[in-house]
Ligand binder design. Structure first.
Ligand SMILES: [Zn+2]
Ligand SMILES: [Zn+2]
Length: 192
């Protein structure tokens, strides 16, 4: 092998090495990103299960499962209304985070799909529960104050999240956002 050939070979191998370094960096960059995405999904779920949202769930839960009429425990309606919106806005944040995750995903092999799967599996049963729970709470607010809760825009994030999870087969399609007719609603509250 002549000097020219050696230097050509050296050129190729240093290019290959540089390329390998780029690939390694890219994989590390991607896995770092993937880790950050999982962290983001975990934080969204954490938001739903801790702090003021967890406290709000207790309040709405007692409305949801507490039955109707004078036999139920006295309710602080202003606290209940605050809890109602605290929860709705939490689902709105989850929906916004999920939307940001799926934006631009075109291939099923995209690593972001794994994060979406993870998030969906964590929140699906909560979403199913509140599809009925919000409806029951609204009905009780109306019953107690003789007027409807004006929650228009605040419910749209929850509605989109419910729809997305139903499309994926993770939540029963019989659930409808903020609407519960009792019969046909699969929520366990009706089996009490
Ligand atoms: Zn129901
Ligand atoms: Zn229910």
């Amino acid at each position: 092998m002549g000097a020219d050939e050696w230097s050509a070979l050296a050129g190729v191998s240093s290019t290959a090495l540089a390329l390998a370094a780029v690939v390694v960096a890219l994989v590390a960059f991607r896995s770092e990103h993937q880790r950050a995405r999982f962290e983001g999904a975990r934080a969204l779920h954490h938001d739903l299960t801790t702090g003021e949202v967890a406290a709000a769930r207790k309040v709405i839960g007692s409305l949801h499962y507490g039955g109707f009429g004078s036999s139920s425990a006295p309710v602080d309606w202003s606290e209940a209304l605050t809890s109602y919106f605290t929860l709705l806005w939490c689902f709105e944040r989850i929906e916004a985070g999920r939307t940001a995750l799926v934006r631009g995903v075109v291939r099923s092999s995209d690593p972001r799909n794994k994060v979406v799967d993870y998030l969906d599996a964590l929140v699906a049963w909560h979403v199913a529960e509140y599809a009925c729970g919000f409806a029951i709470a609204r009905r009780k607010f109306a019953e107690a104050s003789a007027q409807e809760v004006s929650d228009g825009d605040s419910t749209s994030g929850f509605g989109r999240l419910l729809h997305a999870l139903q499309e994926r087969g993770l939540v029963d399609r019989a659930y409808r956002a903020g609407i519960c007719a009792g019969t046909g609603c699969p929520c366990p509250c009706h089996q009490q």
